[in-house]
Design a binder for this molecule. Structure first.
Ligand SMILES: C[S@@+](CC[C@H](N)C(=O)[O-])C[C@H]1O[C@@H](n2cnc3c(N)ncnc32)[C@H](O)[C@@H]1O
Length: 433
């Protein structure tokens, strides 16, 4: 695939996201789905453009004499600007290819406009970026309401959180301790010429990233793809051999399979989404963790009467649906698709799930509440209000490894080294006396 074809497909995907589609759905709709280097470039351009969309949209507006009505053409110019700023490709080739792509994205006459805008950018780059830094959305590349919320919730760490959200995430894996040791897996990777290092308790970071199915051991279930922050959930659940465990929002099974790697438990994996539950079954099978002790069922976590047999659980994992504001570096479409009203709607669902799950926790048992959000309204606010309303829900402190960027139970999005280049997750442990 030529560069102009990749630019075109990335622009079409970006325009679809800005109209409300998720990026995976938008990319699938472009047809750029066959694995290979061509797809990798389309994905890189689409992900990168959305990561920096606040800045790029500002530049597109500043470079056009009048508003460009065609959303796909605006997206194409943004894709080329992303390449000029971040992709280390020769500027003349980026401009030349984007000019040709303009004819198929919009109309032949659009070539002149794209050529003029990109050449003007190359001439006035420094002045344009200085202007962009004075505009909050252009500076932070997040929606204004999101920026205001993060800075209000995190007066000291807000800028770092927003910056971390615009970085390229590492390719983090979790070694399946039931299948192999991390040292053996690292040795296998090294023998295959895959550069990787150990991070955290069970993690590996592959650098440079590789298509995951090409990594040795994938088909045999030697590892899972999982962020280093997400890898903290299963140890924090503290499930021991013989315990009865509920994962109330289990799909696609990243944390559930980790729990099963760490302890021999009887587990119920619940999720309301039947399609996503197929991913749980696939992951259990690939990781060789499927067994009669693990039951997968569709159900609403907020309606235990539909799925609970009355036998209480020693451990409940409530990895509730949320805005995903802590994982925008992996899902940059999320920040442009979400609306501010979603935060309160999620908080209400989260509280309802917490209320409904509490009766299924055994006396002496624990519930671990998890979100991948950095908004306090979905985290401390939900858990504290719930705990304050019940005498039998005791919130216990969470401890993280030394050096982890966190504040209370909030693991902060971070690009720190030493096992802490992680997404943003929130953890709260509630114990029933
Ligand atoms: C954050 S994801 C879970 C990720 C999963 N724990 C993992 O580690 O792979 C949240 C999940 O909650 C599910 N969900 C949303 N509302 C639910 C409900 N009312 N009851 C059960 N599951 C729900 C979604 O389908 C989604 O799969």
């Amino acid at each position: 695939m030529t560069m102009q074809a990749s630019q075109r497909l990335a622009a079409l995907a970006v325009a679809r996201v800005l109209a409300g589609a998720t990026l995976p759905a938008a990319l699938a709709a472009t047809g750029a789905d066959a694995p290979g280097p061509a797809r990798a470039l389309v994905h890189e351009l689409a992900y990168g453009t959305l990561r920096h969309w606040g800045t790029l949209a500002f530049l597109v507006r500043a470079l056009a004499d009048k508003r460009i009505p065609d959303a796909r053409l605006r997206a194409l110019v943004a894709v080329a600007l992303y390449q000029l700023g971040h992709a280390h490709q020769p500027p003349f080739a980026v401009v030349d290819q984007a000019v040709h792509a303009a004819a198929s994205v919009a109309r032949p006459a659009a070539r002149g406009l794209v050529n003029a805008m990109l050449r003007r950018y190359l001439r006035e780059r420094d002045a344009l970026h200085a202007k962009a830094r004075a505009d909050p959305v252009a500076r932070w590349s997040h929606p204004r309401w999101w920026i205001d919320r993060v800075l209000a919730d995190w007066p000291d760490q807000g800028a770092t959180i927003l910056e971390a959200g615009n970085t390229r995430p590492p390719q983090s894996l979790r070694c399946n301790a039931r299948a192999t040791s991390r040292d053996a897996l690292l040795a296998r990777f090294a023998a295959a010429g895959v550069a990787a290092r150990a991070e955290g308790a069970a993690g590996l970071v592959v650098e440079p990233p590789r298509p995951v199915t090409e990594l040795p051991g994938y088909d045999e279930g030697a590892f899972s793809v999982q962020d280093l922050g997400a890898q903290l959930a299963a140890p924090l659940l503290r499930a021991g051999d013989g315990m009865r465990v509920l994962d109330a929002c289990a799909a696609p099974g990243g944390k559930l399979t980790h729990v099963l790697e760490l302890a021999s438990v009887e587990a119920l994996a619940l999720d309301s989404d039947a399609t996503r539950l197929d991913r749980v079954r696939e992951n259990l099978a690939r990781l060789r963790l499927a067994s009669p002790a693990v039951r997968v069922a569709q159900g609403d976590a907020a309606r235990p009467r539909d799925w609970w047999d009355g036998a209480p659980f020693d451990r409940v994992l409530a990895d509730v649906p949320c805005t995903a504001s802590g994982i925008v570096r992996r899902h940059p479409d999320g920040k442009w698709i979400r609306r501010e009203a979603d935060v309160a709607a999620f908080a209400a669902r989260q509280r309802a799930i917490l209320e409904a799950l509490w009766p299924v926790v055994k006396p002496g048992g624990e519930l671990l509440y998890v979100t991948c959000s950095v908004f306090r309204a979905e985290n401390d606010a939900v858990v504290d209000a719930f705990a304050a309303s019940r005498a039998d829900a005791l919130r216990e402190p969470i401890t993280f490894a030394e050096g982890a960027a966190h504040s209370g139970g909030q693991l902060l999005p971070s690009r720190e080294a030493g096992g802490h280049n992680q997404d943003g997750f929130f953890f709260a442990r509630l114990r029933k006396p």
